[in-house]
Write a protein that binds this ligand. Structure first.
Ligand code: ACO
Length: 319
């Protein structure tokens, strides 16, 4: 039986850190409001001359170093993002060129905040079928470029970043199961409605969000998709060592944990210092908790995310 195992992780946050206090100068908000409603205190924003590939390359190289993996060994590069550097080629191909890999499969996945969960699941399927041995999976977004910095209802939430993992074929698990879903009926609840035509952006290129609708859907969908993973593996929530959730909002995370009966001591929370980094948030959280020693080999991890679409999913991992 083939499984895929996480053998290395890496992350990168841009240097510029913007605290809530700085946002008070841009929009009519307060540090207190942002902390109370979201749990976010700081976010990191990419510099104007930084592109997504710059962020992804640093995270990828850190993951490859941690995995002691050579660039030529990579058979697949799959990158979850909503903010690619170009319409095409994919940022995965741009990253492939930077890394100096020739011939591996490379493509992007667009599932917004669920992008990393989708990408990791796809890489796992390729390894399980025996088609490939080694995959580089990245979640990266410069989401600040899709945010109207005069709209206080959205701009306080987001930050930029990249996270990466190296997956390798193994006889032992590994990724135990993944559970992916989407429902396009919710396409207008959270959206950037613009498109490109005649060489120009047509329509509104900023994030439109019905915040409380997103909140309600997220808590329900996340609790359900975590239960789905537990049932599929005949496990109880008490068997889980760490929940590694998408870092959208502390209130979504705590409400989901409460619904599942999971103490917050078993939840990896990084959003206070990063905000919502979209597809990057789960691999960044994973990397932090592995490097600081919270996540140990043998631990059972539940990764979960929800994003625009809506898309949502969970992955159960024996690390
Ligand atoms: N500062 C001060 N006041 C604000 C701000 C702000 N930044 N933003 C909104 N307000 C005001 C509103 O104008 C409103 O004022 P009013 O009552 O006078 O009209 C009041 O605060 C309450 O606004 P609500 O939108 O009802 O506030 P709510 O409690 O729903 O919190 C929030 C808003 C934080 C966005 C919440 O709905 C939420 O977390 N939703 C989830 C959204 C999310 O996480 N999206 C991320 C992308 S999706 C994903 O990653 C899963």
């Amino acid at each position: 039986m083939n499984y895929s195992c996480i053998i290395g992780t890496g992350g990168y946050l841009p240097e510029r850190c913007v605290p809530n206090g700085e946002l008070e100068q841009w929009v009519n908000t307060s540090d207190q409001w942002i902390v109370d409603r979201t749990g976010i205190r700081n976010r990191h924003l990419a510099a104007e001359d930084q592109d997504l590939c710059d962020l992804a390359e640093i995270a990828a190289r850190r993951a490859l170093d941690a995995a002691h993996c050579q660039v030529q060994q990579i058979d697949l590069i799959v990158l979850g993002t909503t903010t690619p550097d170009r319409i095409h080629p994919s940022t995965a191909c741009l990253l492939q060129a930077r890394l100096g890999n020739h011939g591996a499969m490379a493509f992007d996945i667009q599932a917004v905040c669920s992008g990393f969960i989708y990408a990791l699941s796809i890489a796992d399927q390729f390894i399980r079928t025996g088609a490939i041995q080694t995959a580089l999976v990245i979640g990266a977004d410069i989401y600040s470029r899709l945010v109207d910095w005069t709209d206080r209802s959205t701009c306080i939430l987001f930050g930029d970043g990249a996270g990466a993992v190296v997956l390798k074929a193994s006889q032992e698990p590994g990724i135990l199961s993944s559970h992916l879903h989407a429902d396009g009926a919710y396409k207008d609840v959270l959206t950037v409605p613009a498109t490109v035509a005649q060489g120009r952006l047509q329509g509104d290129g900023f994030t439109k969000m019905q915040g409380s609708e997103v909140f309600k859907f997220a808590v329900k969908a996340l609790a359900e998709v975590v239960e789905e993973a537990l049932v599929a593996n005949q496990l109880n929530i008490k068997d889980i060592d760490w929940l590694v959730p998408h870092q959208a909002n502390l209130r979504i995370i705590t409400a989901t944990a409460k619904k599942l009966g999971l103490p917050m001591e078993k939840v990896v929370v990084t959003l206070a210092e990063q905000g919502n980094t979209s597809a990057a948030s789960i691999p960044l959280a994973l990397d932090i908790a592995i490097r600081d020693g919270r996540i140990q080999r043998g631990h059972k991890l539940l990764l979960e995310a929800v994003g625009s679409g809506f898309t949502w999913g969970s992955i159960l991992v024996k690390y």
